[in-house]
Design a protein around this ligand. Structure first.
Ligand code: MG
Length: 238
């Protein structure tokens, strides 16, 4: 495995251009086909403890955390896929993939911090079971979830999303990188330099506008998370 040297992380997979559902296996496979350095996706857990891929807490009218997987999978994605389980997703992400990191976001649980910790535990176990530790990186808005991942798999790369912690704080906590909204870096331009000086990995989300993408390229972010991976890949070639 040698990851692509471009900075492109496809946000919820490469879904937009081909009208694939966000977070579908089709969008993950397309990100791999394009050779993106990463493909991002969101993980939640059902009432019967099945880890599934969904950005929203509600899937087609059903609350994921209070529904069984049996009930949820009767409601397919718009391309006919069943709501993917994390296991299916990771196995698909392993197949014919020599370029693309699996950027796994653990969503904070609507039921609270404690369930978030349990989800983190189950996710790390599933990543291990599927044999994808070396290509998986973790992101979360919930700092305690990242700390849990770190304690369970010290080699894991972890990136914090929420944007209120300085690079110094992140470094002290042993988290690998900051992955903040572009507005956070615009407000705190020094954080870009500080993060680099501290050896943190520097990510930014979710940048789609051509001028903003150019700004991120000029700032030499390690990774740029975007809904427009095709455009950004082309732009980086120039
Ligand atoms: Mg996400």
């Amino acid at each position: 495995m040698s990851f692509s040297s471009n900075a492109v992380i496809a946000h919820r997979g490469a879904f937009k251009k081909n009208n694939f559902p966000e977070n579908s296996i089709a969008s993950l496979q397309e990100a791999i086909r394009l050779g993106c350095t990463g493909s991002e996706f969101d993980v939640r857990m059902t009432a019967d403890s099945v880890l599934v891929i969904s950005h929203d807490p509600i899937h087609d009218g059903l609350a994921i955390e209070s529904s069984t997987y049996e009930a949820l999978k009767k409601l397919p994605l718009k391309n006919g896929e069943e709501l993917p389980t994390l296991k299916q997703y990771l196995l698909a992400g392993k197949k014919n993939n020599s370029t693309t990191r699996l950027v796994l976001e653990i969503k904070p649980s609507p039921a609270g911090k404690e369930r978030g910790q349990l989800i983190a535990e189950k996710v790390v176990e599933m990543v291990r079971q599927c044999g994808v530790e070396r290509i998986t990186e973790y992101i979360s808005f919930d700092f305690a979830i990242l700390k849990k991942v770190q304690s369970l798999q010290p080699s894991a790369l972890t990136h914090y999303l929420n944007g209120e912690k300085s690079p110094d704080e992140i470094k002290k906590e042993g988290i690998s990188g900051i992955d903040y909204n572009i507005s956070v870096y615009r407000k705190n331009p020094d954080w870009i330099k500080q993060a680099k000086a501290l050896g943190l990995i520097l990510n930014v989300w979710t940048v789609n506008d051509p001028d903003q993408l150019d700004w991120c390229i000029n700032q030499s972010f390690d990774f740029i998370t975007t809904n427009e991976p095709e455009y950004l890949l082309e732009r980086l070639k120039k």
